[in-house]
Design a protein. Structure first.
Length: 452
C-alpha cells in the first residue's frame, strides 16, 4: 500500500467523487448517446457467430440476475462479456480517437450488466459508465493507444478493461483503496492482439475487457490485493507494452474537460480508419460512374494501412478492415452499412474490380481522421476528393437524427415498430420507467430462455 501511485490515486479520487458530482447536461446527453449507440449495435450484433459462441459458453456458467441484451440473464461478469462482445461484432460501435479504443462497449456492458444485477438506477448506471469511459480515455491518451496499436496490441482490450474496472468499482461503491486495487487487478489482465482483426476474436476483445474489468472490481470488493503501481509512467503496463519509451503512460488529469464529449460515432459499419476514405468515395460517386474508373489512389494515415489494409478480403469481417473494399463500396453508391458486408457483396464483380485497382498511399503528416482519394477514368481524366475530417468526429458530429436513423436500421429487423419506442426511452434514460422499458424491449424476444 506504500507504492506511489499518482495515476491510480487520480482515478480513485474521480471515481469516488463522481457519485456526488453535479453532471453537466451535455455530459449526461453524451452518455445517453453512447447508450443508444451501444444498444443498437449490440442488439444487431447478437445474430453474429461470435456472439452466439459466447452465449453458448456462458449458458453453462450458472445463474445470475444481470440482463443480457436480446434475452437471458447471467452473473454480471458473464453478461458483460456477452453484451460487450455483441456490441463490437459489427465493428459499428463508437470510438474514442484519443485512445484509439472502443470504450463504450466495455464501459456500458459493465455498467449495464452489474447495474441490472444490483438494481441500480439509470443515474447510477450513467455515472458508472462515465467513470469507466473517462478513465479508459485518459489512460489511453498521450499516444498510448496509438503506441499499442502500432505494436500489434489492440487498445480496446487494454483500456476497455480498465474502463470496465472503474465502472464496476463505481457501482460497487468501492473506496479509494478499493478503486486502486480494482485497477491493479485489471491492468494485469488487459490484452488483445491486432492480428485478430477480421476474425471473431476482435469483438471478443471488447467482451473480455468488460468481463475482466468487472471481475477485477468484484475481486477488489472481496479484498484482493494486486500490484498498485501498474498504471504509472514507470509502471508495469507501460514498461511491458512500450519498451522503447517512445510513448509513456500519461499523467492523469481529470480537470481538462470531459473525454466523452470528444467521442466519435460511426456512420459506417467498418474500421474507423476507413471512414474518411468512405466519405471521399461517396462524394466522388455522384460525379464519376464506377464503371468508368480505371485507377484509385488513396492517401491515408500509416495506421490505416497497418490495421485496415487488407487488399483482397475473403470474408465479410475482413471486408471491414479493407480500405480498398470500403472505397469500392462508396464509389459504387452503397451506404457502407452492415448490409454491405456480405458474401454477395464480396463476390460482386464490379466491387472486386474496383478493390483490385485501389492503391493505398502512406501520407506523411495526415490525421487518422482524414484522407484523400483520386480517381483516374478510362479517358485519362482525374477527379479528387479531400476529407480533412470524417463524419462522426467532434467538429463534424452525428446528431440525434443521425443516431436515430442508424439505431432503427440496426434494431428494426428484430424489434420492428418497438425500435422507435426503445430509442426514445434510451435517449431519455433518466428514470426507472425508462429502464423498465429498455429491459422489457431488450428481453426475451428471439431467445429460448435464461442463459444463467
Amino acid at each position: 500500500m506504500s507504492a506511489k501511485t499518482p495515476n491510480a490515486d487520480a482515478v480513485a479520487d474521480f471515481v469516488v467523487g463522481l457519485s456526488d458530482l453535479a453532471l453537466p447536461d451535455d455530459v449526461t446527453m453524451a452518455a445517453r448517446m453512447c447508450l443508444v449507440d451501444w444498444l443498437g449495435v449490440a442488439i444487431a450484433g447478437r445474430a453474429e457467430d461470435a456472439a452466439g459462441a459466447v452465449l453458448r459458453v456462458i449458458a453453462g456458467w450458472g445463474s445470475g440476475r444481470a440482463h443480457i441484451l436480446g434475452g437471458g440473464t447471467a452473473h454480471a461478469a458473464a453478461a458483460a462479456m456477452a453484451n460487450g462482445t455483441m456490441a463490437h461484432c459489427l465493428d459499428f460501435d463508437d470510438t474514442h480517437v484519443g485512445s484509439l479504443a472502443h470504450l463504450s462497449g466495455p464501459a456500458w456492458a459493465a455498467a449495464f450488466s452489474l447495474g441490472t444485477q444490483r438494481g441500480a438506477s439509470p443515474d447510477q448506471m450513467i455515472r458508472a459508465f462515465l467513470a469507466g469511459f473517462e478513465t479508459g480515455a485518459r489512460l489511453g491518451g498521450n499516444g498510448m493507444g496509438e503506441a499499442l496499436n502500432a505494436r500489434s496490441l489492440h487498445s480496446t482490450g487494454f483500456f476497455g478493461c480498465l474502463a470496465a474496472a472503474a465502472a464496476g468499482a463505481a457501482l460497487l461503491r468501492l473506496d479509494r483503496d478499493g478503486v486502486r486495487r480494482s485497477l491493479g487487478a485489471a491492468a494485469t489482465q488487459a490484452a488483445g492482439l491486432t492480428a485478430s482483426f477480421g476474425t471473431m476474436a476482435k469483438p471478443f476483445h471488447a467482451g473480455k475487457a468488460a468481463f475482466n474489468g468487472l471481475l477485477s472490481a468484484e475481486l477488489a470488493d472481496a479484498g484482493f490485493l494486486p500490484a498498485l503501481d501498474l498504471l504509472e509512467a514507470e509502471g508495469g503496463l507501460a514498461a511491458a507494452l512500450v519498451q522503447d519509451r517512445r510513448a509513456r503512460m500519461p499523467a492523469i488529469d481529470f480537470g481538462d474537460g470531459w473525454e466523452v464529449l470528444r467521442n466519435t460515432f460511426k456512420p459506417y459499419a467498418s474500421c474507423l480508419l476507413t471512414h474518411p476514405v468512405v466519405d471521399a468515395a461517396r462524394q466522388l460517386a455522384a460525379a464519376v460512374p464506377s464503371t468508368a474508373i480505371e485507377r484509385v489512389r488513396i492517401g491515408v494515415h500509416p495506421m490505416a494501412i497497418q490495421l485496415a489494409g487488407k487488399p483482397a478480403p475473403a470474408t465479410p469481417l475482413e471486408g471491414k478492415f479493407s480500405t480498398a473494399f470500403c472505397a469500392a463500396l462508396g464509389l459504387s453508391g452503397h451506404p457502407v452499412s452492415q448490409g454491405d458486408f456480405t458474401a454477395e457483396r464480396l463476390a460482386d464483380a464490379g466491387l472486386r474490380r474496383l478493390t483490385s485497382r485501389a492503391e493505398l498511399i502512406e501520407e506523411p503528416g495526415i490525421a487518422k481522421t482524414a484522407a484523400w482519394l483520386e480517381l483516374t477514368t478510362a479517358d485519362g481524366g482525374t477527379r479528387r476528393a479531400d476529407v480533412p475530417l470524417a463524419l462522426g468526429n467532434p467538429g463534424r458530429p452525428m446528431g440525434w437524427d443521425d443516431l436515430r436513423a442508424k439505431f432503427l436500421g440496426l434494431v428494426e429487423p428484430s424489434l420492428g415498430a418497438d425500435g422507435v419506442v426503445l430509442f426514445e426511452h434510451a435517449r431519455r434514460f433518466e428514470t426507472g420507467e425508462n429502464l423498465a422499458t429498455v429491459l422489457r424491449l431488450t428481453g426475451s424476444r428471439g431467445t429460448s430462455g435464461n442463459f444463467g
